[in-house]
Ligand binder design. Structure first.
Ligand SMILES: [Zn+2]
Length: 479
């Protein structure tokens, strides 16, 4: 693997009058974002156009996806009203490359107000194409009182698997940093990015080319001015957040508990989905992006505003946006395409055993299993085996065959390992059940077929549960 993309930040010149900002992108720019920061809350009109007076791409293609409270259309398709939230950010416009838009022309951003704007443009420069894989560096930070710190680190570490699986739908590969740990400051950290104490901490922790996630024990979310924040457990510094530069909004904030029985952390899926939701905001997804054509929220969509552990699915629009944000760096394979065989068909058959464990009768209805295939070096692709269909593969003594869909960037030459790991089912009502000894799955046999070739066919007889073990990983026997 070699990386051949980079990010650059432009601070555009003001030309003509103080309301027209002009900039030109590099010739091999792949996409860009504009960021407007206001000195105080207000409504501001903005238009963005190139030399041919073409309207910008995502608005044309995806209508309202980029607005959601920040950006409201006023009839003119290339004109918007900017409203700052909490007196903080204005808004940002991600633009993806499209044949019909000349990305590298001279762009003009015109604003209806001149009061102390800060305008920045982030562009991603790509040397080679096509882009086949994206790497997202995730910078993890924890502010803790210290009383439950090792447990908190374990919660965050555990959540990484599911976050990674969610973003593999794109395919974005999350690369998590080790967790930087700090004691709680004297002044409380709040969910308001304009709070001076919070602003300083975000600025200190953020990194230009990474998505920073700051976990704060006892994060103050009820800041009084907005009802929506009262029950919030996370917030992004922008939609999208700053990419390629650092300021007081360049992070997502996540509230963490110090109570071992808090459902939010006992249920690992809930913590992971919340973090993934805020990360997706940071990469440009609004709540509206999770609606279907009729405006109905898609069930289980990651961006459902008031969801919970059900949120993990991404739709095609969202996948497009996520993979076209500057912060998502392109990585290219060194191999020639002729040297590798894409996996186009993948079938997994799991047989559930009938053994009883610890004297109890299996009650595994609240479990969901994730199946991964690939290698440590070239990455795994992960599927969640859906137990909510007509066939419940957890029923003892049954064999269930899954045809795995949406296989991306997986090659026969990379199939070195497979993994199964268990986690909470998406709609669990009683999280504590999972920690009972009777909540287990007896994996008796597994058979994996790729492109019609059997690559694994073996007896397992492994008990998977929260108590015994949650993950098995096996090397595929090479023929
Ligand atoms: Zn949200």
């Amino acid at each position: 693997m070699s990386s051949s993309s980079q990010m650059k930040v432009i601070v555009p010149d003001v030309s003509g009058d103080s309301q027209n900002y002009q900039f030109t992108l590099d010739a091999n720019a792949d996409c860009f974002c504009c960021y407007y920061y206001l000195s105080s809350p207000k409504l501001v009109g903005m238009s963005l156009y190139n030399e041919k007076q073409e309207e910008f791409y995502p608005q044309k293609e995806y209508e309202d996806l980029y607005r959601e409270g920040l950006f409201v259309s006023k009839g003119n398709p290339s004109m918007g009203i900017v409203q700052s939230i909490n007196g903080s950010i204005a808004f940002s416009v991600p633009i993806a490359k499209d044949e019909s838009v000349d990305l590298t022309s001279l762009w003009t951003a015109s604003l209806s107000d001149t009061d102390n704007f800060e305008l920045k443009v982030t562009q991603r420069i790509v040397e080679d194409k096509p882009i086949s894989e994206y790497v997202l560096k995730v910078n993890l930070v924890l502010y803790s009182s210290g009383t439950m710190q090792s447990q908190q680190v374990a919660w965050i570490t555990k959540a990484q698997k599911r976050i990674k699986a969610i973003f593999r739908q794109v395919p974005i590969t999350c690369q998590f940093s080790k967790i930087d740990q700090y004691p709680l400051p004297d002044n409380k950290i709040t969910i308001n990015f304009n709070d001076p104490n919070t602003a300083k901490i975000v600025k200190d922790c953020a990194k230009a080319d990474e998505l920073t996630v700051i976990f704060v024990e006892g994060l103050v979310t009820d800041i009084g001015t907005e009802q929506e924040t009262a029950n919030a457990i996370g917030r992004s510094g922008g939609i999208p957040g700053p990419q390629g530069f650092v300021n007081q909004y360049a992070a997502t904030l996540i509230k963490l508990t110090n109570r071992a029985d808090d459902p939010f952390v006992v249920n690992k899926g809930l913590l992971a989905n919340t973090v993934a939701h805020e990360m997706a905001h940071y990469l440009g997804l609004t709540h509206e992006s999770g609606q279907d054509a009729s405006g109905k929220v898609e069930p289980n969509n990651l961006m459902a505003a008031h969801g919970g552990i059900a949120m993990q699915q991404l739709n095609e629009k969202q996948k497009y946006i996520l993979s076209h944000m500057p912060l998502v760096q392109a990585v290219y394979s060194d191999r020639e395409l002729s040297e590798i065989t894409p996996v186009t068909q993948l079938e997994i058959a799991v047989t559930t055993g009938t053994r009883s464990y610890a004297g109890g009768t299996s009650d595994n209805t609240n479990m969901v299993l994730n199946f991964s295939l690939g290698s440590d070096e070239d990455g795994f692709q992960t599927w969640m085996l859906d137990s909510s269909g007509t066939t419940n593969y957890l029923v003892p003594g049954t064999t269930t065959v899954f045809q795995l869909q949406e296989i991306e960037d997986l090659y026969m030459e990379d199939l070195y390992n497979w993994k199964i790991f268990c986690d909470w089912d998406r709609d669990v009502q009683y999280p504590m059940n999972f920690q009972t000894v009777t909540n287990y799955w007896d994996l008796a046999h597994i058979k994996i077929t790729a492109n019609g070739t059997v690559i694994e066919d073996t007896d397992m007889n492994v008990i998977l549960s929260w108590i015994v073990q949650t993950t098995i990983q096996k090397q595929i026997k090479t023929n």
